[in-house]
Structures are given as structure tokens and as C-alpha cells.
Write a protein that binds this ligand. Structure first.
Ligand SMILES: [Zn+2]
Length: 390
């Protein structure tokens, strides 16, 4: 049975929130229940019968449940190790989720530096090491009951196995992060460090897929083989995601909001009626979002899609100000702000468009689609300048 490998990859949804541990939001994805049930089954019917043949079936089932629960607890503690160190290094943690391939700690933003990435990456394996040693200690206590001894021995083995697997020097494994931080520290080149560690990740992933195929087809052990291949596929996806994210970071480096924003967007005013703006948009066609001005000041954003939810009868009498997204609920950035920071904030807003303000005055409109276009290699769309419907 393969253990859970990778940490902190892309989005895995919390199905069941468990509250907070050490100030970090913790939850379970539904898929972890599948693996927990399989673990209990494998422990009770195959692993414990072979290590401790004398025990009764009821005892083995209880042992299986206890061991599976403590195993999930061990993975959680491993992730909390990462999360606590990340907080110490000033990073924001969105939460930890346990799912079918183990634990995911969701970090917000970039690692602040190579040293921080190293400390955060190594903290989880250190927790696994401590747990492995702790459970070994329990198993070695003379005279403890056989079921306790067997559960502790298996937990010691599985935590050390988890440690070894996680320390493989390939992204997105913890060992891959340690390797990347070392190359990053030496070369000062985050992109290159990521390409090397990510390349090793793809190599490892393909090796696991191949090994899984050999085990499933050649040795006739279908579940183990498929499981290994699935882990390989998951690592492949994650390592490609890491490499892509690093390439995007490289494209953002040195750019400010001013370089990507539409500098002179078509605007509307707070008192314009919905009828007027609908007519203007039909006439010109192109604009989906208008910054809303009240005199000189930007007071909100008006997404044209809002009209679809409102009956035609009220368009004539409703001003934009009543249905716009007010400036307090819009992502606001400064033209000289680093693009990476502004985009990180913009992603949190459903609109995917934000106002660029300088002293409260409108300097531009930042749009996620322009950012995406930049990342894909094009230049930002030329701003169609000029006054809008007034
Ligand atoms: Zn980890």
C-alpha cells in the first residue's frame, strides 16, 4: 500500500471543515474517507493478520480503525508543521485539507526567499521523523499488549516511509522544495531552480507510472499498481503546475500595474441611467465593465452583466450608482504597485477586474484577461480611450 505523498499543490476543496488547529483552518475532502475505509480494510484483513496471526478478527478491526485514524492524524501534523513554520516566515496560510493523496497546505503568494522555502519544506518531514521515532519508542516498550505494539510498529513504519517518499528530490515533494531552495540560494535564479526540481518531478512521476504499470500488469497486483500510477500522474500534474507558476512569476518580475492596466478606460457616471448605458453598450459593443465616476472621484465598477438580472421597466429610472459594485468591494491597486501583488489581490474578487487609483482618482482599469494575455505572450490590449456615456 502506497502512502500519501505530496503537499501544498493546487486547489483541493474542503468537504468537511474540522475547525482550527494552531490557528490554521483544517478540513477533510470527501476522498479521504475512501482511503480511510480502504486502509481499515487492508490493515484488518491483510497487514495485521500477517504481522500478528494470533489476534481475533474483532481486535484486528479495532486496530485497523485506530491505526488508520492515527495515520491521518500523522499526515495532519506533518502539514501543520509546514503551516506553523510558514506563519513564522510571514506567509499566509489559507488552510490545510486532507484528501486521497495525503495533505495539502494552501499557501497564499510566493515564498519570501530561499531560506524561508527551505525551513517551510523541511518542517513537515521533521514532524514525520519525530512521529516515526515516537511510535518506534512505544513499540519497543517491553511488556505492552500485542495489539498496541502492532499498531505502534505499523505507524512507525508508515511515518518513516512517508518521510522517505516526501524527501525524494523532486517537485512538488518536500525534498524537491529543499532542492529548489538550495539551487535558488546558490544561483539566485528562482526560475532555473524550479525548472531543475520540476524536471526531476516529471522524471519521478513517469517512473512511478511505469512502475505502477509493471506491478499491475506484470505482477498482477492491480490495486497497488493503479494506485502507484495515479500518484505518478498526480505528481506529474503538480510539477507541471509549479513550473508554469514559476514561469508566470518570471514574466511578472519588474512589471508594475501601470504596464498592464488600460490607462484611459471608458467610464460612466454615478447618475447615468441603466437605459443610457445599455444603449451606449449596444452601440459600441466592446465594454463589459465601466469604472463609475462621481465628479473626479472613482466610486465603483459597473459590470454590464448586471443588466441581465434586472427587469427592463426599471432601467429608465435606475442610476448606475444603485447597482454598481461600490469601490469598497472592488480590488483597488496603485499604478506603481508590483503587478504580482495586484494580481494576487485581484484573483480574490469574483469580478476579475479592478480599479487603479492614484489619490482616489481613476488612473486605469486592471483586468485579469489582460494579465492572462500578457502571460500568454501577447501585449495588453490597446485602450479604447475617450469619454463614455454620461
Ligand atoms: Zn510535506
Amino acid at each position: 500500500m502506497a502512502a500519501a505523498p505530496a503537499c501544498h499543490t493546487d486547489r483541493v476543496k474542503d468537504s468537511f471543515p474540522l475547525g482550527r488547529i494552531a490557528g490554521v483552518k483544517v478540513g477533510l475532502n470527501w476522498s479521504v474517507l475512501v482511503i480511510a475505509a480502504y486502509l481499515v480494510f487492508a490493515l484488518a484483513t491483510s497487514i495485521f493478520p500477517s504481522t500478528n496471526p494470533g489476534l481475533g478478527e474483532g481486535t484486528r478491526i479495532v486496530m485497523g480503525i485506530v491505526a488508520a485514524a492515527l495515520f491521518l492524524g500523522s499526515i495532519l501534523l506533518h502539514e501543520i508543521g509546514h503551516a506553523v513554520q510558514a506563519k513564522r516566515d510571514g506567509m499566509t496560510i489559507d488552510g490545510i485539507t486532507l484528501w486521497v493523496f495525503g495533505g495539502v497546505a494552501r499557501f497564499v503568494g510566493m515564498f519570501p526567499g530561499a531560506g524561508a522555502e527551505f525551513r517551510i519544506a523541511i518542517a513537515g518531514p521533521l514532524v514525520s521523523l519525530a512521529l516515526g521515532l515516537g511510535f518506534s519508542g512505544i513499540a519497543l516498550v517491553p511488556g505492552i499488549p500485542e495489539p498496541v505494539d502492532a499498531v505502534a510498529a505499523w505507524l512507525a513504519y508508515i511515518n518513516i516511509a512517508l518521510l522517505v517518499f516526501n524527501m525524494l528530490p523532486a517537485l512538488p515533494m518536500d525534498g524537491g522544495r529543499v532542492l529548489r531552495s538550495a539551487i535558488w540560494a546558490r544561483t539566485k535564479d528562482f526560475g532555473r531552480a524550479t525548472r531543475i526540481a520540476g524536471g526531476l518531478g516529471r522524471f519521478l512521476a513517469m517512473g512511478l507510472v511505469a512502475l505502477g504499470a509493471v506491478i499491475a500488469i506484470g505482477l498482477g497486483s492491480a490495486i497497488s499498481g493503479i494506485w502507484l500510477a495515479l500518484i505518478g500522474w498526480f505528481i506529474l500534474r503538480a510539477s507541471e503546475g509549479e513550473t508554469r507558476a514559476a514561469a508566470i512569476t518570471a514574466k511578472f518580475s519588474g512589471l508594475t500595474v501601470r504596464d498592464v492596466m488600460v490607462a484611459d478606460p471608458v467610464t460612466t457616471t454615478a447618475t447615468t441611467t441603466l437605459d443610457e448605458i445599455a444603449a451606449f453598450t449596444r452601440w459600441t459593443g466592446a465594454y463589459t465593465t465601466y469604472p463609475v465616476l462621481d465628479g473626479d472621484m472613482a466610486v465603483g465598477l459597473f459590470p454590464i452583466g448586471v443588466l441581465r438580472g434586472l427587469p427592463r421597466e426599471v432601467w429608465e429610472t435606475t442610476p448606475v450608482s444603485r447597482v454598481m459594485v461600490p469601490v469598497e468591494h472592488v480590488s483597488v491597486s496603485h499604478p506603481d504597485e508590483p503587478l504580482q501583488d495586484a494580481v494576487g489581490r485581484l484573483q480574490a474578487f469574483a469580478l476579475h477586474r479592478g480599479l487603479v487609483l492614484e489619490d482616489g482618482r481613476l488612473a486605469g482599469l486592471l483586468s485579469m484577461s489582460d494579465v492572462v494575455r500578457l502571460v500568454q505572450g501577447g501585449r495588453p490590449r490597446d485602450a479604447a480611450a475617450g469619454p463614455g456615456p454620461a
